[in-house]
Write a protein that binds this ligand. Structure first.
Ligand code: FPP
Length: 255
């Protein structure tokens, strides 16, 4: 059962309970395959354990009062994997929504899904819509599930929408601002991630929240995703707490 956080903030309100004003953590859950391989297991077994780790992280995030967590669950490039693995990941998403949704809802968590839905199987698309609908009025943490998501695809879709508005004479190209682009992204209304964690030793963004991560802090750890537990998570948050964020400005004491 997911525990309700001790300190609850309302939407739009800054979470003051976490160091450094931390509100939003993005997670690239990498290393399921290597974790399985190291144990002589199939890659799908790694993903199965990866789902357990995801559950653990959601519970912990709620417990500590995080406002937003975005998880990279299936990228727009993951279709290039063997068909059996792709099918397994689709089945895992179904299992996650079917088995965990009521617990997530009870914990007052709101689900948002980002990514291209058009190319998903209608059954999965409906499942995601239902999960969003059920939890839309929840006021606790927002769990953003990046599924069939890729930043380049997201930005391309946003540009197309803006181009159509220009074509229709609704906006003038010179009036387009960064904020207007942000409003057309799948993440509209969600604050940019403060911290992005990537497990398993890889140090790249892999098409994850590229626009939104302009001023995010990054944390890379060696541990594979299925081994990423509360202790590892707290270690990442403690590391973040020691960072100084300047957003292109100067250090506070230099002002
Ligand atoms: C990357 O590890 C992980 C993924 C592509 C899938 C992430 C999925 C989960 C954590 C399980 C939860 C899933 C859903 C759909 C809710 P990798 O396979 O690239 O690992 P490797 O780099 O070691 O091969």
């Amino acid at each position: 059962m997911i525990a309700k956080p001790d300190v609850v903030t309302e939407p739009g309100q800054k979470a003051t309970c976490l160091p450094g004003g931390l509100r939003h953590v993005g997670v690239i859950m990498d290393g399921n395959g290597r974790w399985a391989q190291a144990r002589g297991l199939s890659r799908t077994e790694g993903h199965r354990h990866g789902l357990d780790s995801l559950r653990r992280m959601i519970r912990h995030s709620v417990a500590i009062g995080l406002r937003f967590v975005t998880v990279y669950s299936f990228s727009s490039e993951n279709w290039n994997r063997p068909e059996t693995e792709v099918s397994f990941l689709m089945a895992l998403l179904r299992r996650f929504v079917q088995r965990d949704l009521s617990e997530i809802h009870q914990a007052n968590v709101k689900i948002r899904v980002i990514g291209d839905r058009e190319t998903l199987e209608p059954g999965i698309r409906q499942l995601l819509v239902d999960a969003e609908e059920l939890t839309r009025d929840n006021t606790g943490m927002t769990l953003v599930v990046a599924f069939n998501y890729g930043s380049r695809d997201e930005i391309t879709r946003a540009v197309r929408t803006l181009a159509k508005k220009v074509e229709a004479g609704q906006i003038n190209p010179v009036d387009i601002t960064g904020d207007m682009i942000g409003e057309e992204l799948d993440t509209a209304g969600i604050p940019d991630p403060d911290l992005i964690i990537r497990t398993s030793g890889e140090m790249r963004l892999s098409n994850f929240l590229m626009w939104q991560a302009a001023y995010s802090e990054f944390y890379f750890c060696q541990c594979h995703w299925p081994d990423f537990d509360e202790v590892e998570f707290d270690r990442a948050l403690a590391d973040y707490a020691g960072r100084e964020r300047r957003f292109g400005g100067l250090k506070a004491k230099a002002l």
